[in-house]
Design a binder for this molecule. Structure first.
Ligand code: AP5
Ligand code: MG
Length: 215
């Protein structure tokens, strides 16, 4: 299964990707997670990406495309993958098509998780994420809080709030989504692989709808 998850910031791409990993045994490739890890590790990539991320803008295509190509070449992607947060604009989508065509693994589905913008602000300001690289479980103080405040239910690691989940940065991210990423809905519609799912409601019910779409 070769899937791209589309959707605005806070639509639930990461939340659903984690569940898809368990069900299909294929890896999630989240460019946001890779970039945040690089920022935390203070690598050259992280230093380069940080200011773009903090402002809510996109990291340059050259940087992100290189990361994704490298990740897709790893052995665990042979059976398939879930791209989360990539592509983010038409140039990235065209490059991805080229890379996948060259290895004979075209995309099968681009799945858009649709949520109204007024819901997204609350989701993003309330988001808390497990600090453990191996877990990364997401919670929400308004909708799905951890049992113990600030601690992951799954692995007991501390939870953190993302630097870009501040109200003014969220607004910029939503503007960038509208201007640059939303046009990909048309892009994949024209390719005949777009599917859509309503991303509001119970997380497990949304996941069940996604599984029926992917069948
Ligand atoms: P990235 O990490 O990709 O962030 P994003 O697209 O803004 O999306 P989010 O991760 O914020 O939302 P999500 O859809 O994963 O929602 P989640 O499941 O967490 O990118 C961050 C930055 O990195 C970008 O701004 C950019 O600078 C850079 N970047 C990344 N990729 C790039 C690229 N390709 N090119 C250039 N730059 C790039 O859910 C959100 C919250 O809602 C959670 O608290 C969750 O628990 C809750 N929730 C989920 N589902 C539900 C539900 N059904 N009901 C109630 N609550 C829910
Ligand atoms: Mg995410």
């Amino acid at each position: 299964m070769k899937i791209v998850l589309l959707g605005a910031p806070g639509a639930g791409k990461g939340t659903q990707a984690k569940k898809l990993i368990d069900k299909y045994g294929i890896p999630q490739i989240s460019t946001g997670d890779i970039l945040r890890q690089a920022v935390a590790d203070q690598t050259q990539l992280g230093k380069e990406a940080k200011s773009y991320m903090d402002s809510g803008g996109l990291v340059p295509d050259s940087v992100v495309i290189g990361l994704v190509k490298e990740r897709l070449s790893q052995a665990d992607c042979k059976k398939g993958f879930i791209l989360d947060g990539f592509p983010r604009n038409t140039a990235q989508a065209e490059t991805l098509d080229g890379v996948l065509a060259s290895v004979g693994m075209p995309l099968e589905v681009a799945l858009s998780v649709d949520v109204d913008f007024d819901v997204l602000l609350k989701r993003l300001t309330g988001r808390r994420t497990c600090k453990s690289k191996d877990c990364g479980q997401m919670y929400n103080v308004y909708f799905s809080a951890s049992k113990k405040d600030g601690v992951c239910d799954k692995c007991g690691t501390e939870l953190y709030q993302r630097d870009d989940d501040k109200e003014e940065t969220i607004k910029k991210r939503l503007d960038v989504y509208k201007a640059q990423t939303e046009p990909l809905i048309d892009y994949y519609t024209k390719k005949g692989i777009l599917k859509r799912v309503e991303g509001v409601g119970d997380i497990n019910e949304i996941f069940n709808k996604i599984c029926s779409i992917l069948k």
